[in-house]
Ligand binder design. Structure first.
Ligand code: BES
Ligand code: MN
Ligand code: ZN
Length: 499
């Protein structure tokens, strides 16, 4: 789908989309179209339950007096609620609607609306962004799909005064959308295609945007003493990798210490010897989403040339049962020097992150570390797919994260850390064990485990097990890989760590 911005001029073909506010208040362009069609819009609204609420859509076919095939009224809701997200959602819904009716080309009219939270040029850019985000589809393996079942929309024109301004404002958003798509692509790929080596190869594509990439293999990791990460990978024929990405965009005068993002990149999680049941195991192809999001975030920062230094690390391993696999009861020594009793080989994400986090703070001395991981089923029980769980040892960072999440619609709910939970991870045989032994507070005890590998740095952990993959479409996120975290962390940086 191609998106273009243009100064308002009446389209000749395809569909025309105009906005209507709550209580059927026509926007300026809707009023104009209403007049041109002899009041068709007013009559069509009166004959339907369309009220102009933000979920309302109304199709008017073959309007008289115009050459167009269709006019679509899109509900914008209350003017005072028209913020960036509302415009993005409108854009997403327009794309879904146009594909649903089989349209190939459409023009959306954007008006200056009294009382709206952002001006028309920004509204146009946000609407375009939402339209793009919704247009994503992972269909490369669907070779026999009938053309009529494929999305039809090829060209979307956004008509707005000061179109050049809108286009300029869209450019960085377009980069973030590219980054979101990059993450959705790699998370959607099956585990026979994406494994540690190929995932690192995909990340190397970011070199073209100026991201520096290092990839550590088994030998280097052994030298560093990463026994926890290596133990998880030892049952697989695919050797593990530690992916290290650096974006250096901070101007000389600024604080040069990087922000650090660390992702769980388990390219497939069978559970290992503590093997998972067969039902639903295919979902574990997306157990690398934490790393996928970190890669996408680096792509976003580099794509829009963010004025910040950032480090992205991915612990990439495949968790398989085999003759060489780690056994329950094994004791491994992590890079931090702490020994870990591995009581359940399915609690592998925390083992991978233990070494990735330690390496990160040791090598980069970052201002903070944020890790993302599809870490526990327990967070899905607690929060479902609406909020991701957030843990933090730093209130300021926690507040910034919550605010960024609210702003982009990737919401975080802060969960508690406490010494009493920490004690649940003490082992009789080693310094720490990788499961508490009971089901209580399963997401919290996992976070407490990670905390012991942060060396006291400001740190936040996002358990994204419930939000990484969606079973239903939302306005800007089609079902499947959501890329949850890319927009959130991009916003965190944009709002707090660039000038
Ligand atoms: N990758 C899983 C967590 C997960 C489950 C993510 C379902 C997405 C959907 C993780 O490695 C895991 O297996 N966690 C175990 C931990 C347990 C053994 C303490 C879990 O949550 O059951
Ligand atoms: Mn597991
Ligand atoms: Zn896992």
């Amino acid at each position: 789908m191609k998106i273009a911005f243009a100064e308002p001029s009446p389209p000749k073909t395809g569909s025309l989309v105009v906005g209507v506010l709550d209580d059927r208040r026509l926007t300026a362009s809707a009023q104009q179209v209403d007049q041109q069609t002899g009041g068709m819009l007013t009559r069509a609204m009166a004959a339907s339950k369309f009220k102009g609420r933000s979920d309302d859509v109304l199709n008017i076919l073959a309007p008289s007096g115009l050459d167009l095939g269709r006019i679509i009224l899109i509900g914008l809701g209350k003017a005072a609620a028209l913020d960036a997200t509302a415009w993005q959602n409108a854009g997403g819904k327009i794309v879904a609607q146009l594909n649903g009716v089989g349209e190939t080309a459409a023009q959306v009219e954007i008006d200056q609306i009294d009382g709206a939270k952002i001006p028309a040029a920004d509204a146009a850019a946000e609407l375009a962004y939402g339209a793009r985000l919704r247009s994503y589809r992972f269909d490369k393996y669907r070779t026999k799909e009938k053309p009529e079942r494929k999305p039809t929309l090829k060209a979307l024109t956004i008509a707005v005064d000061a179109a050049g301004d809108a286009k300029r404002k869209f450019a960085p958003l377009d980069q973030v959308a590219d980054a979101v798509f990059f993450t959705r692509d790699i998370v959607s790929e099956p585990a026979n295609v994406i494994y540690p080596e190929t995932l690192a190869d995909r990340a190397r594509e970011l070199e073209e945007f100026g991201v520096e990439i290092d990839v550590l293999g088994r030998k280097e990791m052994r030298k560093l003493g990463m026994g926890a990460l290596l133990g998880v990978g030892q049952g697989s024929d695919h050797p593990p990798r530690l992916l290290v990405m650096q974006w250096k965009g901070a101007p000389d005068a600024k604080d040069q210490r990087p922000l650090a993002f660390v992702g769980k990149g388990v390219t497939f999680d069978t559970g290992g010897i503590s093997i998972k049941p067969a039902g639903g195991m295919e979902d574990m192809k997306w157990d690398m989403a934490g790393a996928g999001v970190v890669i996408g975030l680096m792509r976003a920062l580099a794509g829009r040339k963010a004025k910040v230094n950032a480090v992205g690390i991915g612990g990439l391993v495949e968790n398989m049962p085999s003759g060489t696999a780690q056994r329950p009861g094994d004791i491994v020594t992590s890079m931090s020097g702490q020994t870990i009793e591995v009581l359940n080989t399915d609690a592998e994400g925390r083992l991978v992150l233990a070494d990735a986090l330690w390496y990160c703070q040791d090598r980069f001395k970052p201002r903070f570390m944020i890790d993302l991981a599809t870490l526990t089923g327990a967070i899905i029980i607690a929060l479902g797919s609406e909020y991701a769980g957030m843990y933090a040892n730093d209130d300021k960072l926690a507040k910034q994260l919550v605010a960024a999440g609210e702003a982009v619609g990737e919401k975080l709910w802060r969960m508690p850390l406490h010494d009493n939970y920490d004690r649940m991870m003490d082992s009789d045989a080693a310094d720490i064990k990788n499961i508490s032994g009971g089901r209580d507070a399963g997401s919290i005890t996992a976070a407490q485990f990670l905390k012991r590998f942060t060396n006291g740095l400001p740190w936040a952990h996002l358990d994204i097990a419930g939000t990484t993959w969606s079973k239903k479409d939302t306005a800007t996120v089609p079902k499947g890989a959501t890329s949850f975290g890319v927009r959130l962390l991009n916003k965190l940086i944009e709002d707090n760590y660039e000038e």
